[in-house]
Design a binder for this molecule. Structure first.
Ligand SMILES: Cc1cc2nc3c(=O)[nH]c(=O)nc-3n(C[C@H](O)[C@H](O)[C@H](O)COP(=O)(O)O)c2cc1C
Length: 326
């Protein structure tokens, strides 16, 4: 099989996967896009911040809105409102968020240790959204003593969830350790709905390996923040084709464009560039001469400053010296 049935997914990432970044990833080969998680309560208030989370452009379809919350009725109502509001192609329910603020309100991964409530949430949202499909994203379990992803997956399938993304870590792991692809494979073989595998895919070779776990799609998160070309690289690997990594100049071109679009979107250069600092850290991971570069980027406040840093970096590392950088 050269490609995957469900394709490549950009993982939802709070503070990262806004419309600008989603469009970049689409351009580089991401098939399915999702918003970052949005609270059911936030949807009810329809404030400017929530609007910025849920709105998307037609070119982003197929596009889902991810919701979190612990109360079946409120989540179902929020899902209905989002559908009326922005007409997404699907609603995704977050059952994986490990953050305390979310878990304390019985949302995200907290539902992994309360299967009856998880089932009620899924049933209520599926019913409220019909005929719009509802998908879900889970972790392998709450902690290593309670790995229950196959049980959770069966419950969700029976509740009418149409596709399931599994991040191969427990809630207790956060982002530490390694994703457990054996559990992901066990989930893929225990349900009939498509399972999308997620966790630690950073290059084409890893994607090829992970495809063997029986999943029907792959979801990529952090690697896309450093290298949005990861989607093209994986597609080439799955098709058995060669992939030419972008040059340093092309990378900087994309980084700069991302900054320009953020500045245009926010109409405030300083705020936009301050917001881009952590993204610049991700983009420059692994670049030659990264250390001094990153200390300058951590203070960058304008496009002009960025341009100066890019120009001197390209001068210091002309193309021919980049063999080790991919
Ligand atoms: C900064 C950040 C924000 C995240 N926000 C969300 C989110 O809003 N919803 C969600 O389901 N997962 C979220 N995740 C988890 C990712 O979707 C993904 O499951 C995780 O990063 C593992 O995939 P990776 O190894 O490819 O990064 C987030 C991860 C990161 C690093």
């Amino acid at each position: 099989m050269s490609t995957m049935k469900e394709g490549l997914f950009l993982a939802p990432m709070a503070g990262v996967t806004n419309s600008i970044f989603r469009r970049i990833c689409r351009e580089k080969g991401a098939d399915i896009l999702t918003t970052e998680f949005v609270s059911a309560d936030g949807i009810m208030h329809r404030n400017a911040r929530t609007r910025s989370y849920v709105e998307f452009t037609p070119g982003e379809r197929p596009m889902g809105v991810q919701l979190f919350g612990g109360d079946p009725g409120r989540l179902a109502e929020a899902a209905k409102q989002v559908i009326d509001w922005v007409r997404p192609d699907f609603i995704d329910i977050n059952f994986g968020c490990p953050v305390n603020k979310v878990v304390c309100r019985h949302g995200g991964s907290s539902l992994l240790r309360d299967c009856p409530q998880l089932e009620r949430v899924a049933i209520a949202v599926v019913k409220a959204c019909d005929p719009i499909p509802v998908t879900a994203k889970i972790r392998t379990g709450w902690d290593e003593r309670s790995i229950n992803a196959t049980e959770t997956a069966r419950i969700l399938e029976a509740a009418g969830i149409r596709r399931l993304a599994v991040h191969g870590r427990t809630r207790a792991q956060g982002y530490s350790g390694c994703a457990d692809w054996d559990v992901i494979a066990a989930v893929a073989s225990s349900v009939s709905i498509p399972v999308i595998g997620n966790g630690d895919i950073g290059d084409g070779a890893t994607a090829l390996l992970r495809r063997q776990s029986g999943v029907q799609g792959l979801m990529i998160g952090r690697a896309a923040m450093t290298n949005p070309w990861i989607f093209s690289e994986i597609k080439a690997a799955l098709a058995g084709e060669a992939f030419t990594p972008p040059s340093l100049k092309e990378r900087w071109g994309l980084v700069r464009r991302h900054c320009v679009e953020e500045i245009t979107g926010r109409s405030d250069e300083l705020i936009a560039m301050q917001g881009m600092r952590s993204r610049l850290m991700a983009y420059t991971r692994g670049m030659p001469g990264a250390r001094p570069l990153r200390s300058h980027l951590s203070l960058v406040s304008s496009l002009m400053q960025l341009d100066d840093l890019i120009a001197s970096h390209l001068m210091e590392f002309p193309e021919g010296k980049l063999e080790q950088f991919k």
